[in-house]
Design a protein around this ligand. Structure first.
Ligand code: KE4
Length: 426
């Protein structure tokens, strides 16, 4: 069933660290060899052994319209005819900036980069330069990419592999990152009070997706905004995963809380490498070449990714999110019904098309401590059963499903049928 993938993994491990270009792809925490895919179309993925899968990962978020979306592909093909990159300004960069600013009102100016990590790294450098303060507050279980300042109690691949604090991050860097507990405003205020006038910014995943999906409790985000004002530091929303995914305007639109800086990625590249960060003019103007805070990138704003990105963003209308909600709600409700009917100790957290099934005895998962008590071994068994039945899930309990608009009713029926069988088996 997976013969060629196993062979390919043997080869890649000799040439690429861990055989993969991003750790979570190695399937380490689900205890099996990774699948090598060779094509995707719509809601389907096809591996090198010819197996077909219904994709519930969407490349960790970018593919909101599914694989090889015709509009996205043709926009890239058209741009390709004019070359791949110029390393100089192009009109399409202005257009996508305009589009992002229109969709996310808290952003008055935006800088394009090439990954979510670049966006978050640059955002905290800007916050530190603008406020002339050094400390940042992040939350345990939140993942903001692999920038040194963030690999402290980090989520996603770091928590998946049991490496929330990475070697190579110096003590001097680590001491400038303070750790608060998600959904716990007191833990934030204590740090702010103790480090008065030293905190440049609070950075948060306003909906956390890297310890599995964890939602902010009522008034948590508003409370953070108030604390950032009270203690005169910036509030950064890391919407790399949630931006343009949970709604047109992201989490900040749903919860009506305006951050000072927003980081973006994934969906805005339509599957090509793109990140972005933006915010108030007064802050963004601190960036070179006008301001003193330096940040640069050879391929930032490259025309292929910009064309793909703007094509996707322009398609994101109310009808799209209504349809995505219907698809996601149907899957979620079906899974909850199966959990009940199979008497499984599990709960589901969902917002829009982002969802995590947690194997836990708890009735709620609200933070990192709750999440790390989940039964990751049970998740691994569940993952493998679903894979064998042709359903591709995130290979970690600490990640999210990302549903795409390409999922059909028959896909949903297959997902729910496989889910029930897998729950009965584990
Ligand atoms: P990238 O550098 O991987 O493009 O983005 C980093 C990042 C920043 N902020 C948030 C909230 C993120 O979720 C991410 C990356 N997301 C993970 C999936 N949970 C990427 C998957 C991977 O590491 O391969």
């Amino acid at each position: 069933m997976y013969k060629k993938s196993i062979q390919e993994f043997r080869k890649s491990k000799k040439l690429i660290p861990g055989g993969v270009n991003s750790p979570v792809r190695a399937f380490k925490s689900v205890g099996c060899d990774p699948i090598f895919f060779e094509k995707g179309k719509g809601s389907k993925l096809f591996d090198v052994d010819g197996n077909e899968y219904i994709d519930c990962v969407s490349s960790w978020g970018p593919l909101i319209f599914g694989h090889a979306d015709s509009d996205t592909v043709s926009s890239i093909q058209k741009a390709l005819k004019f070359g791949t990159t110029y390393g100089a300004p192009t009109v399409i960069e202005t257009k996508i900036a305009e589009q992002i600013i229109k969709m996310v009102p808290s952003i008055e100016k935006v800088r394009m980069v090439n990954s979510g990590t670049e966006a978050t790294m640059s955002a905290i450098r800007l916050a530190r330069g603008y406020t002339k303060k050094n400390l940042i507050i992040k939350f345990s279980g939140n993942y903001h990419g692999h920038g040194d300042s963030f690999l402290i109690k980090a989520g996603s691949g770091a928590i998946t592999l049991g490496l929330p604090d990475s070697p190579g991050v110096t003590k001097n860097i680590a001491r400038d990152t303070l750790i608060a507990s998600y959904n716990n405003l007191n833990s934030v205020e204590k740090l702010l009070f103790k480090n008065k006038n030293k905190v440049a910014a609070i950075i948060i995943e306003p909906v956390a997706g890297n310890m599995g999906l964890v939602l902010p409790k009522k008034n948590f985000l508003k409370g953070l905004k108030n604390l950032s004002k009270k203690y005169n530091c910036l509030l950064i929303f890391d919407e790399v995963m949630t931006g343009f995914r949970v709604s047109k305007g992201g989490v900040q639109e749903i919860y009506d809380v305006e951050p000072d800086i927003t980081t973006l990625g994934k969906v805005i590249g339509g599957g090509l490498p793109v990140g972005a960060y933006g915010g108030k003019k007064e802050i963004m103007n601190y960036l070179a070449p006008d301001g003193p805070v330096y940040q640069a990138g050879t391929l930032s704003g490259n025309p292929l990714a910009m064309n793909a990105g703007i094509t996707v963003l322009k398609k994101l209308n109310a009808g799209v999110f209504k349809k995505l909600e219907m698809i996601s709600k149907k899957i979620c409700n079906g899974i909850i019904k199966n959990i009940e009917e199979t008497n499984t100790n599990a709960i589901v957290n969902r917002i829009g098309s982002m969802m995590t099934l947690f194997f836990t005895d708890k009735s709620e998962i609200n933070n990192y401590d709750d999440a790390v008590e989940c039964d990751v071994k049970k998740y691994a068994k569940y993952f493998k059963h679903m894979l064998d039945m042709g359903i591709y899930l995130p290979p970690s309990q600490y990640e999210c499903c990302f549903f795409s608009l390409a999922l059909s009713d028959s896909d949903i029926t297959k997902i729910l049928r496989a889910n029930k069988t897998a729950l009965q088996k584990i």
